[in-house]
Every structure is written in C-alpha cells, then in structure tokens.
Design a protein around this ligand. Structure first.
Ligand SMILES: [Zn+2]
Ligand SMILES: [Zn+2]
Length: 139
C-alpha cells in the first residue's frame, strides 16, 4: 500500500489519516459544492470509512443533496473549514476535500459529477468523463 493520506482543516484541530486508496476521485459541480467553495466546483476523494482515522471532532451539518439523499458536512468548530462529508445512505464511505490534503497533488480525478450544473466559466479537464448527475449504479 502507498503512503497514508493525511490532512485536515486550516487550524489543525480536525485531522485525518487514511490507510486506504480512494474508491473514486471526482470534481463535483453541484450547487452545494459551488456555494461552499465559492467557485465552480469542489474536488473530493472518497474512501472506505474503515480506512479513515480522525483526530479532533468535526461539527456536523446535515443537508439534503441534489440527489435527494442526506449528506453531512463536517466542519472544524474553530476555523470553520469543511473537511469531510458523510452520507446517510452510504455509511461505509467518507469523502475528503482534496485541498485539505497535506499533499493536494495526490488528488487524481477520474470523473466529473453534476456537470449539468456547470457554469460556462468553470472549466474542468475535458478529458474526464462527465456525468450529468452522479454516475449510474451504487456509489
Ligand atoms: Zn480548524
Ligand atoms: Zn457537489
């Protein structure tokens, strides 16, 4: 196995160490990711939950996703940065925001989600497969 994925919030109160490889890595152009990032998309790495060790405690905030499912954003209570996401319908996975990695160059997106929400001014890699919403099938 490769080196653990480590990272966390801006102030260091919420940290993670992940000893698994991502299930998938994507750029997401949904409205929630746009609002939260303040720009056209967010980038996520999704891991099996059992490989994720957290230090500190994220403050959870539940929201209804574009898909209709409930997703929980977990914020650092000190610096306010959203570090990871969990999903009510998919308890076995955790999505980490790519830029929270200590080494963000390890993010290697393989597809784009919610491309139907994309803005003209937000360009992602045109070589990536772009799904109008989520990819078909279970995540
Ligand atoms: Zn923090
Ligand atoms: Zn999104």
């Amino acid at each position: 196995m490769s080196k653990a994925y480590t990272g966390g919030c801006a102030c260091g109160a919420v940290r993670y160490e992940i000893t698994a490889e991502p299930v998938f890595s994507n750029d997401c152009q949904c409205r929630d990711c746009q609002r939260e990032s303040g720009t056209g998309h967010q980038s996520h790495l999704t891991f099996p939950r059992e490989g994720v060790t957290l230090t500190g405690e994220g403050r959870p905030w539940d929201m209804v996703a574009d898909s209709g499912g409930v997703k929980t954003r977990n914020f650092c209570p000190h610096c306010g940065l959203s570090v990871f996401l969990t999903f009510a319908d998919m308890p076995d996975i955790v999505a980490i925001r790519a830029a929270t990695l200590d080494d963000p160059s390890r993010f290697a997106p393989t597809f784009v989600t919610y491309a139907d929400r994309a803005h003209e001014w937000d360009r992602v890699d045109p070589a990536l497969t772009a799904f109008a919403k989520m990819p078909p099938g279970p995540q």
